[in-house]
Unconditional design. Structure first.
Length: 574
């Protein structure tokens, strides 16, 4: 049984351009070789010229959303090439987002519009923070939304989350900004991300970490530990993750004292029946501070609640931060932490190996296994994963061919058969070129017989993408027939704007993936890299065929960005 057609389309077209994906190392086909340094340098120059052209057209756009969206992307892509121009564009983006966010006192129907600008604001802050944390912080403050009425809690929570993400990003480089953001977030409540921020500050900037820690402890003094489970979860994580010397001893003693005081005030010095709702709280307090009781003599009065669970003292590192460091590919930093934390060592090394395999860095994965994985069974399993990622150009076995043909014959419709053939072409990409092209040719013949419409167009785009993986001219031939269809679909969607969905905002295509046409164009833009690295000039010329200026500008922008991001990797087989 094959997966749903839409899910495969999502697999092929829905992988974000800048995301880390699970990939295989595939052999190049048709004699294609990777570009050399001179060719890459020439491509980058072409990409910057395209970006300059798009930047020069920004003021022709009527939609603040489109100006901000493209401007934000340009800021990120141009910063290291032309910082002065990037900062100038950032000021324009800031003005558009600030104006749009601060002009609303929105009824429910306008929440969607506000959410779009909040997302643009978030994306811009995260992009700028990679180059200039202070500029990102200034942008955050300047574009702070101001609403005349209470806004939905999810948007309030998103604002807090944004502040903490920025704080964590800049913690190692600009601890003062991170501390300001941490304090600002703490005013709104307790978030587990505050503990991760503390962890980052502790390892790099102890002074700021201790200030934030003391502020948190002070705020916990008035927190409702008895009834608020979010507070309970937060404070338990804090007391387990940060103890002296990672935490200031006086502040930690105060934190334990807050635990004990709240427990004693709740009657925990006495035995309480299990049906008393305070009993669970008393038990939780006693177990949470069981290995920290020496910091408050009164803790002995809670001993009868302790189930003798013992927790190892924390040093400020959390499993959440493992995930964040893995996302950043901070391998060396994780290895240093693993050396210090014997209790986390196996977990960290295992995750490092899997991350290296996922990134396609098989040599690093082997090196990690050789150095750190001693268990024979685990070594065998990990090495087998590496072997499964390596592909060689070999003929597909006859029995496999027979099985594919058998499954194909059981499918009921041409649409299902076409999707199945494309799935198999992706599966055997880089393994048996002749077989892959045979599958694509057969799929193409079926697709041509389908009724013109959404299914046929999606299938054609996927087929073009699969051809582009191996730099086959058929990829552009297909897309040159598809783009006019997309123009027709966009024209129809504009006429139907407001009926099934809103394709336009301020008279321009809104780039928010609204409706099936918007989603299709957005998915296609995410895969610009494959066409750009195949033939950049041809890809730019193809994108120039989009009739609406804003769509054409966005297509050019994505093609140029994909060159600056480096050659893409193939999608995984499954």
């Amino acid at each position: 049984m094959i997966r749903s057609h839409r899910s495969f389309f999502a697999l092929v077209l829905g992988v974000a351009l800048f995301s880390t994906v699970f990939v295989n190392t595939h052999a190049q086909q048709d004699g294609a070789t990777p570009p050399n340094k001179e060719e890459i340098a020439a491509l980058r120059e072409k990409a910057f010229k395209v970006l300059d052209s798009v930047a020069g057209q920004l003021n022709t756009l009527q939609s603040p959303e489109n100006r901000a969206r493209m401007g934000s992307n340009l800021v990120y892509s141009l910063w290291q090439h032309d910082e002065e121009r990037a900062r100038s564009l950032l000021r324009l983006v800031q003005e558009d987002i600030k104006t749009e966010l601060q002009k609303y006192a929105p009824p429910a129907r306008e929440y969607e519009t506000v959410a779009v600008y909040l997302k643009l604001r978030q994306d811009t802050i995260e992009r700028v923070s990679k180059y200039d944390p202070e500029a990102a912080f200034d942008f955050l403050k300047a574009t702070q939304p101001v609403f005349e009425r209470p806004f939905p809690q999810p948007i309030v929570d998103a604002e807090q989350s944004l502040e903490l993400r920025l704080a964590k990003q800049v913690a190692s480089r600009n601890p003062d900004v991170a501390l300001k953001l941490g304090r600002q977030t703490l005013e709104r409540g307790f978030s587990s991300d505050l503990i991760t921020l503390l962890s980052k500050l502790t390892r790099h900037h102890e002074q700021q970490a201790q200030i934030l820690y003391k502020d948190i402890v002070e705020k916990l003094r008035n927190a409702d530990m008895l009834n608020d489970w979010n507070v309970r979860y937060f404070v338990q994580s804090l007391v387990m993750s940060f103890r002296p010397p990672a935490a200031n001893e006086a502040a930690f003693r105060e934190l334990v004292g807050i635990f004990v005081t709240k427990a004693l005030d709740s009657g925990c010095a006495n035995k309480l029946p299990d049906e008393d709702n305070r009993a669970n709280f008393c038990r939780w307090v006693a177990e949470s501070i069981s290995s920290a009781a020496k910091y408050d003599a009164r803790a002995a009065r809670l001993k009868h609640w302790d189930s003798n669970l013992d927790y190892s003292p924390g040093d400020g590192f959390t499993f959440q931060e493992i995930d964040e460091l893995l996302q950043e590919n901070a391998f060396e930093q994780l290895e240093e932490i693993a050396e210090k934390r014997s209790d986390m060592r196996d977990v960290i090394y295992t995750r490092l190996v899997h991350q290296a395999i996922s990134n396609g860095d098989l040599d690093r994965a082997r090196n990690l296994i050789d150095r750190f994985v001693t268990d024979p069974r685990r070594r065998k399993e990990m090495l087998a994963q590496i072997a499964s990622r390596e592909t060689k150009t070999v003929a597909v076995p006859e029995e496999t061919l027979a099985e594919i043909r058998k499954r194909l014959d059981k499918l009921a419709t041409d649409k299902e058969r076409a999707w199945f053939l494309l799935e198999q072409a992706n599966r055997f990409g880089g393994v048996d070129p002749k077989f892959v092209f045979k599958l694509l040719k057969e799929a193409g013949e079926i697709i041509d017989t389908l009724k013109p419409g959404n299914d046929q167009t999606r299938l054609q785009i996927v087929m073009a993408l699969l051809y582009s993986f191996d730099k086959n001219d058929r990829a552009f031939a297909i897309m040159e027939s598809v783009v006019p269809k997309l123009n027709e679909l966009v024209e129809v969607a504009v006429k139907l704007d407001g009926y099934d969905t809103n394709y336009l905002r301020d008279g321009e295509w809104n780039m928010s993936s609204n409706g099936s046409i918007g989603s299709l164009l957005t998915d296609l833009s995410h895969q610009a890299a494959y066409f750009a690295w195949f033939d950049f000039d041809r890809a730019v010329n193809l994108a120039s065929q989009f009739e609406r200026p804003e769509i054409r500008m966005m297509a050019h922008l994505k093609l140029a960005q994909s060159i600056l991001a480096g050659p893409p990797k193939r999608l995984p087989r499954y």
